[in-house]
Design a protein around this ligand. Structure first.
Ligand code: NAD
Length: 361
């Protein structure tokens, strides 16, 4: 019996080549890990008639830890996001995205060290949507108009934004507990409570309430989301841990990824009670599929987060240092880490992973 059983979901698009790179890096640490490789995404549909087969969910439930490559969600089709489904089904309520500058990345900023904590199960991502023109939607519009005394254009589509006390409490607590455990100083709650008085208003009120329990240990403040965007661009050094509802968290995660050199280097984790799925912030970049071109750093750093989560702190630090050293040297790195994107000396996904493996001490 292995010490760690880990589910590996290669995903689709650039997912499989990145997942392979991450697996090889983790294997190079010589830990006692048994991988269970299971499918999800576009590539699973043909064989299993679903993008999220039951045995894939069973494997994550059994092993309690998974790492996954990105999965495509075609825009504007009936196909719901496997990523959102996975987070909701397994109640992976906290999305953790540390954004730290690695020396040598192409970015206008130095020394960024932010942690994004995004609520993962509620908000406009709840999947409660009503399509334009359907009878249900028309009925809903009539009811809403009656209840709110406001006009809604008849040809509207409607998305519902639920934000609960319980959902907010647990995500804000998660942010504060993370801050305590990781020696962070401040949590900033991000909202738009001036406009969405009930949903974002609730988020803000509950966040303030939870913050009282940490007074004197972790500082707390709140920012309106549009102002937050500007502040992060102008003075990111003023911020530490950010906690956000689902949609703002999604958007600010990409903004923060931009500050540290782009999606190629931004890792992530989806965490629930005793269960976690690690994955990069970026998507499946279908145009690069199978080209051995994209940066494996984000998924490898997601593996670093995973190793910390399973208690392999030392191994995690060894892998993190190897990644840092390859990026700092700037030689065996993918196109996105070169100062000129067309630099012919850029290496492929596989070669960058090889260079990282060579650096592991
Ligand atoms: P994307 O993140 O896939 O790609 C946007 C661009 O970012 C790419 O064209 C590329 O230039 C760059 N990029 C992304 N990853 C990179 C890497 N590892 N190395 C170098 N450059 C990289 O975003 P998108 O095009 O909006 O989404 C494509 C698909 O991925 C969509 O179907 C979307 O729904 C899905 N998606 C999945 C996840 C997930 O699996 N968790 C997350 C986001 C998007």
């Amino acid at each position: 019996m292995s010490k760690h059983n880990i589910t590996l979901i290669p995903g689709d698009g650039i997912g499989p080549e990145l997942a392979d790179a991450a697996k090889r890096c983790v294997d190079a640490l010589s830990l006692d890990i048994k991988w269970e490789v299971v499918p999800a995404g576009l590539d699973a549909i043909e064989k299993y008639k679903t993008p999220l087969p039951a045995h894939t969910l069973d494997s994550i439930r059994k092993n309690k830890v998974a790492i996954k490559g990105p999965i495509t969600t075609p825009v504007g089709t009936g196909f719901r996001s496997v990523n959102v489904e996975l987070r909701k089904t397994l109640d992976l309520y906290a999305c953790l995205r540390p954004c730290k500058t690695y020396k040598g990345v192409r970015s206008k900023y130095d020394n960024i060290d932010l942690v994004i904590v995004r609520e993962n199960t509620e908000d406009l991502y709840a999947g409660i949507e009503f399509e334009k023109g359907l009878q249900d939607t028309k009925d809903l519009i009539v009811t809403l108009e009656k209840m709110s005394q406001k006009k809604i254009k008849p040809n509207s589509a409607i998305s519902i934004k639920p934000i609960s006390v319980e959902g907010t409490k647990r995500i804000v607590k998660f942010a504060f507990e993370y801050a305590l455990k990781n020696n962070r100083k401040k949590v900033t709650a991000v909202h738009k409570a001036n406009i969405m008085k009930f949903t974002d208003g609730l988020f803000l009120e509950v966040a303030r309430d939870v913050a009282k329990g940490y007074e004197g240990r972790i500082a707390f403040e709140a920012r309106i989301v549009d102002n937050m965007c500007m502040q992060l661009v102008q003075k990111p050094e003023d911020y530490d841990v950010l906690v956000l509802p689902n949609l703002y968290g999604d958007i600010i995660s990409d903004l923060a990824a931009g500050l540290i050199g782009g999606l190629g280097v931004a890792p992530g984790a989806n965490i629930g009670n005793g269960i976690a799925v690690f994955e990069p912030t970026h998507g499946s970049a279908p145009k690069y599929k199978g080209m051995n071109k994209t940066n494996p750093t984000a998924i490898i750093l997601s593996a670093v987060l995973m190793l910390k989560y399973i208690g392999e702190e030392k191994a995690a630090n060894r892998l993190d240092s190897a990644v840092a050293s390859v990026i700092a040297e700037g030689k065996f790195v993918t196109y996105d880490l070169k100062s000129d994107r067309n630099d012919p000396t850029a290496v492929g996904t596989k070669e960058m992973a090889d260079a990282i493996i060579k650096k592991i001490k």
